[in-house]
Design a binder for this molecule. Structure first.
Ligand code: NCD
Length: 305
């Protein structure tokens, strides 16, 4: 199998066989992550980040450098010609002269797809508005596989902002390729968009509820998310909803021993710090898995033939 030259725009573009293959490859990256390698020497990655990022950008950069490649780009559109009104297509057609692959994060849905249409080099979507964040979903799937041994057979709840959160959309698509039982837990106003729910309901059992606590005893994975304040058109609406879910250590007493708590981070107030010390907390480990997953992706897309 090969992903050479592929764009990574939506998780919907990936089959289960491809995802399983990528997860295997992520596992094999561990040694390279510790010692470094020259696999991608001479290759350059361009990062175009039109929205704030800590983990995604730094892990892509670290992944590329550990593979022996180089990195250019901006993390802040104000310092780029974007500030002068340059359109996305022109920015892409510029940076592709200097880079062999582009990693783009943008506040608008469809931006990554548009960039891929204009680019002659592969494009990776590192977050497109409230739409998708496919590489986060891959690292989430990898985390589940590593921590629980298998994705098939699990019961998982996605909790929080399922409307504006993009990671949960990509993850829901990914999970629907496995035999999982999925609970979507959100306030009424932040329910997952109907087209995503309809799509995944064709393949797996999905329930929707506003209540998290009653589900805790049956879960293998509790995936918490932040209410996406920056995507609310009306801040009064955000004020009403913020703090809807707060996980604390005592609630976890009803959970299975091996249940894992995940979060794409950054967190706001949805996971108390006391949870960090419990055996359930995997959100920091998740970032290590993210590095390996992004190394696997870059290596498979750019690997010389
Ligand atoms: C997420 C994102 O940007 O969508 N962060 C990340 O990449 N890990 C989640 C978020 O911002 O809430």
């Amino acid at each position: 199998m090969s992903l050479r030259g592929r764009d990574v725009i939506s998780l919907k573009d990936f089959s289960r066989v491809e995802i399983d293959w990528l997860l295997e490859k992520s596992d094999s990256m561990e040694a390279y992550a510790r010692t470094g390698t020259n696999l991608l020497r001479g290759k350059m990655m361009g990062t175009l980040f039109f929205e704030p990022s800590t983990r995604t950008r730094l892990s892509f950069e670290s992944a590329m450098m550990r593979l022996g490649g180089g990195v250019i780009g901006f993390a802040e559109p104000r310092v780029a010609s974007v500030e002068k009104g340059e359109n996305l297509a022109d920015t892409v057609r510029t940076v592709e002269n200097y880079a062999d692959i582009l990693v783009i994060r943008h506040p608008l849905e469809g931006a990554a797809r548009l960039a891929a249409d204009f680019a002659s080099v592969p494009v990776i979507n590192a977050g497109s508005g409230a739409e998708e964040h496919p590489t986060q979903a891959l690292l989430d799937l990898f985390t589940i596989k590593k921590e629980l041994g298998s994705i098939d057979g699990i019961t998982i709840a996605l909790v929080g902002d399922l409307r504006y959160g993009r990671t949960v959309h990509s993850l829901a698509y990914g999970l629907s390729l496995y035999k999982v039982k999925l609970h979507l837990v959100s306030p009424e106003l932040l329910r997952m968009r109907p087209e995503v729910v309809l799509d995944i309901k064709n393949r797996i059992k999905v329930t929707e509820t506003p209540e998290m606590e009653p589900l805790l005893p049956e879960l293998d994975v509790l995936y918490m998310t932040r209410i996406q304040k920056e995507r609310f058109a009306d801040l009064a609406e955000y004020e009403k909803i913020k703090g809807s879910y707060r996980l604390n250590a005592s609630q976890l007493r009803s959970a299975k021993d091996r249940m894992i708590v995940m979060h794409p981070l950054p967190r706001a107030d949805e996971i108390d710090f006391e949870v960090d010390r419990t055996r359930h907390a995997k959100y920091f480990r998740q970032m290590w898995y993210g590095l390996l997953t992004r190394m696997a992706l870059l290596a498979s897309i750019l690997e010389p033939g």
